[in-house]
Design a protein around this ligand. Structure first.
Ligand code: AMP
Ligand code: MN
Ligand code: MN
Ligand code: MN
Length: 295
């Protein structure tokens, strides 16, 4: 099976068909992004994105503002969300695209997921205190503009600001990744639940950044099998959370499992992450783009 992956710089020149530049994974300050939804939308538009989804963690509160701004600048917009899931003792993320944010099953489900975050953050603060980083819970809260959504990223930004680590990724490497002193295990939504909420809201479920999960090939196939059995339809292939080698790897996985493919930067803020909004290469042409459902 052969797939073609173009260079990052070929992102727009390579595809003449619309959308030329779909970016279907991004975050605003309603979760752990740094920009307000309207500012994320303006930046996506300025970067050449012509089909865009905001996918905040476990929360849809930023979507109205984003949709209004997208209409104002004339950019096609899909309402999205990124749901935190516990699967076989690990955390995986499922993106929902084209959802109705007002759907009751989805709204109730997300409220349940968010409800656990406050106590988890308190426990992370206590764990960090025991590891020699005092007052991290209070510090993280100051960085979380949505009080319902305190994430590890807010802890990381606080710890960088207090001078303990040089950057966010260093904080994850020293304190916050699984197995480290500031890591607190947590029970998120079940995989079947997350997919069911997305489908109840009329959306398409996409397995986010599969290359980030530390699983064996066997476990990965089990995860994807359970995801598709639950009604999941796509996986992210070209992702800001993947290396170029992983674009190829997951292009093959998408073809093998008969899944549609998605493309998204996983943008959290200017200068954070590997790529900016709209900055990824196109999907390999052999794949079926998830956006064929809407365009
Ligand atoms: P949480 O949902 O609170 O567990 O936070 C997860 C978020 O932390 C992810 O969505 C990323 O934005 C961020 N994150 C996870 N691992 C890393 C890492 N190694 N480096 C930088 N950010 C990370
Ligand atoms: Mn995040
Ligand atoms: Mn994620
Ligand atoms: Mn994300």
């Amino acid at each position: 099976m052969s797939v073609t992956v173009l260079s990052e710089r070929g992102a727009q020149a390579a595809s003449s068909a619309w959308p030329a530049n779909a970016d279907l994974h991004s975050h605003s300050s309603f979760s752990d992004g740094v920009l307000a939804p309207a500012a994320v939308v303006q930046r996506a538009h300025a970067q050449g994105v012509d089909l865009f989804a905001l996918t905040d963690h476990d929360d849809v509160s930023g979507l109205d503002e984003a949709a209004r701004e997208a209409a104002a600048v004339g950019m096609r917009f899909l309402a999205g969300v990124e749901i935190s899931v516990s699967w076989a003792g690990r955390t995986v993320h499922v993106v929902g695209l084209g959802i109705d944010p007002a759907n009751e099953a989805l709204a109730n489900g997300l409220a349940g997921v968010r409800a656990g975050r406050h106590e988890r953050a308190r426990l992370i603060g206590a764990a960090l205190g025991a590891a020699g980083v005092p007052d991290a819970f209070e510090g993280a809260k100051r960085f979380a503009t949505n009080p319902a959504l305190i994430s590890r990223t807010h802890f990381a930004r606080h710890i960088v600001a207090s001078g303990v680590c040089a950057n966010v990724s260093a904080v994850f490497g020293r304190f916050l990744a699984e197995g480290l002193p500031g890591y607190v295990a947590h029970r998120w939504a079940a995989l079947e639940q997350a997919v069911a909420w997305i489908r109840a809201a009329g959306g398409t479920a996409v397995l986010a950044h599969p290359g980030r999960y530390r699983v064996t090939e066997l476990e990965r196939d089990a995860l994807i099998g359970q995801f598709t059995d639950a009604g999941g339809e796509a996986i992210e292939v070209v992702s800001g959370s993947h290396t170029p080698a992983q674009y190829l790897e997951f292009a093959r996985v998408a073809l093998r499992h008969g899944l549609a493919a998605s493309r998204g930067s996983d943008f959290h803020g200017p200068g954070e992450g590997r790529v900016d909004l709209g900055g990824l290469p196109p999907l390999p042409r052999t794949l079926s783009p998830v956006w064929h459902r809407w365009v």
